[in-house]
Design a protein around this ligand. Structure first.
Ligand code: ZN
Length: 300
């Protein structure tokens, strides 16, 4: 029996045994019932879900408590929220998880970060956490065949920038924009709000509140970031693409932030990690026309 069917049968069983529905229909006025309906519905669901300790086996072989919709190892009110949305036919609210509970990516990985920022489990253009996804020039939202200054959207050379520029020596337009706007953000443009590319500050927070190690997932090398809460994020090593050719695949993580290097605006900040490093690290980046991977974050 599927997990969803188990829920339905347990809710039905609870309602029969306690007779709560009959009691409420006699005692409460229609107005009060209407006001209490969401609350009572949640109580009924939670009662059904926690009535007895059972576990279910997930497709990946792991087990979790019956009713643990968000895979956090607990059955609580946040699981009710997910269930209510599903029953009402609404687009389910994204539910944070510590690791991917199923194959319906992308998931929101909760690493216990102070800002509350959640990280996507996979790259833009990827359908699995270990998938490389697309390679994007900084400030562009589509992949393309040729990546160089002549095809770059926001400038034809390092000193001919047309957007995101802080100094006159790098282009005639000095707009002092230092963070990508939503329309130029590969995560927002492809996935919608509130997905966005991480800022350099997001990378800093990730590195300072997780432990990073070089590892492999389903045969793909990459960096793993583990939060104090047990949340785990994997970034595949999709390689370097400075000169139009992807190389060092499977040995080099190379991710764009949405933050311009305002000291040298032809550059934007990046996150790097390779198999010879002991930890991931931030850098002052590289030329914006080059290709990099994009791992979205999710923050309202
Ligand atoms: Zn996932």
């Amino acid at each position: 029996m599927g997990e969803w069917s188990r829920f339905c049968s347990r809710i039905s069983l609870c309602n029969r045994n306690c007779g709560l529905g009959t009691f409420l229909s006699i005692v409460l006025t229609p107005k009060i019932k209407a006001r209490m309906k969401p609350f009572l519905f949640s109580v009924l669901l939670l009662s059904a879900m926690t009535a007895q300790a059972q576990t279910v086996t997930m497709p990946d072989g792991t087990t979790r408590p019956l009713g643990d919709m968000n895979g956090d190892g607990e059955v609580n009110i946040s699981d009710v929220t997910a269930l209510v949305n599903k029953i009402l036919g609404k687009t389910p609210s994204p539910v944070p998880v510590l690791s991917c509970p199923d194959d319906h990516h992308p998931h929101l990985i909760d690493l216990g970060l102070p800002s509350g920022t959640l990280w996507s489990c996979c790259n833009v253009g990827a359908s699995t956490p270990e998938g490389y996804g697309g390679y994007y020039a900084w400030g562009e939202t589509q992949t393309k065949d040729v990546y160089n200054w002549s095809t770059y959207k926001w400038g034809s050379d390092w000193n001919k920038l047309t957007k995101y520029n802080t100094k006159s020596g790098y282009g005639s337009v000095v707009d002092n924009k230092t963070t990508l706007e939503s329309a130029d953000d590969a995560a927002t443009a492809n996935w919608g709000t509130p997905w966005r590319m991480p800022t350099d500050e997001d990378f800093e927070e990730l590195l300072s509140h997780t432990t990073s190690t070089w590892t492999a997932k389903n045969g793909v090398n990459g960096g793993e970031f583990k939060g104090d809460n047990g949340g785990i994020l994997f970034l595949p090593a999709a390689g370097i693409t400075n000169d139009g050719v992807v190389y060092e695949e499977n040995s080099y993580c190379n991710y764009w932030s949405s933050s311009l290097n305002d000291d040298f605006p032809p550059y934007a900040y990046c996150l790097y990690f390779n198999k010879s490093d002991h930890h991931a690290y931030r850098t002052n980046g590289y030329y914006r026309y080059t290709w990099r991977s994009v791992r979205p974050v999710h923050k309202n």
